[in-house]
Design a protein around this ligand. Structure first.
Ligand code: ZN
Ligand code: FE
Length: 253
């Protein structure tokens, strides 16, 4: 039986995700950007909460852990770095498995935005929760890791099936699209950017995305093809990626 995903906006540009394994009725929350908003959504849905799955330690991802655990008694699962702001019940790392009823999540090391960042992949339903590693047409800033580490992380996500549904933690897509158009003039990107601008005009969400769509249009995954545009022609793939990332960090548009 499938996994149900309930998505809702919170804070200024985060998404919250509540998920339910339909076979068992077990539920989880992906990160805890806003405890009050998450508790409200749980009440509306009539769901209890069994588990929090954290992707990384940033306050807009783990800041609600303590309040939500106090109210629901749920277990908290995440990478070790989360303990710098709240205790964990179970520490996990790349290669581990987390079960929610009959749904099994593979934990994928996706460090780079933070050193210990992880993603969760349900291979049966082909659903991935990627936190701040991969965004629609973007990727997370390198607050703690190196371009090499982030490039390796992005390659692990790019290796998932093309039809994997990818839930990113922020609605950054329109600004990502403006940057992407500055380094890439592929027809696929132009089409997608036009759709994104139109969707945002209508206040529609651009998350989730898919691995296939990101591989075709995301300038960070396409970095080796765009190396010449960012002064990294002939450089290793991770260096080209680092140059695209640096260009985005300095982009005013
Ligand atoms: Zn973050
Ligand atoms: Fe974030």
């Amino acid at each position: 039986m499938p996994l149900t995903v309930h998505q809702f906006p919170c804070l200024s540009d985060n998404y919250g995700f509540l998920i339910r394994d339909e076979a068992s009725g077990k539920t989880a929350c992906i990160d805890t950007p806003d405890a009050a908003a998450i508790l409200r959504e749980l009440e509306t849905l009539g769901w209890g909460l069994d588990m929090i799955l954290n992707t990384h330690w940033h306050p807009d991802h783990a800041g609600g852990n303590a309040d939500i655990q106090a109210k629901t008694g749920c277990a908290i699962v995440g990478p070790g770095e989360v303990t710098r702001i709240a205790p964990l019940d179970r520490e996990v790392k790349g290669g581990d498995t987390v079960d929610l009823g009959e749904t099994s999540f593979q934990v994928i090391d996706s460090g780079g935005h933070t050193l210990g960042h992880i993603a969760y992949f349900d291979g049966t339903d082909r659903i991935a929760f990627v936190g701040d590693t991969l965004f629609a047409l973007g990727c997370g800033r390198l607050f703690e890791g190196t371009p090499e580490q982030m490039w390796d992380s992005l390659q692990r996500l790019a290796a998932l099936p093309d039809d994997t549904t990818v839930y990113c933690a922020h609605e950054y897509t329109a600004s990502n699209a403006r940057f992407a158009l500055s380094v890439d003039d592929s027809p696929a990107l132009k089409d997608r950017a036009a759709q994104i601008f139109a969707a945002r005009e209508r206040d529609e969400w651009t998350v989730p995305t898919t691995i296939g769509l990101e591989k075709a249009t995301n300038p960070f995954l396409r970095a080796p093809l765009l190396a010449g545009k960012v002064g990294a022609a002939g450089q290793p793939d991770a260096t080209a990626f680092g140059a695209v990332r640096a260009a985005k960090d300095g982009f005013k548009g």
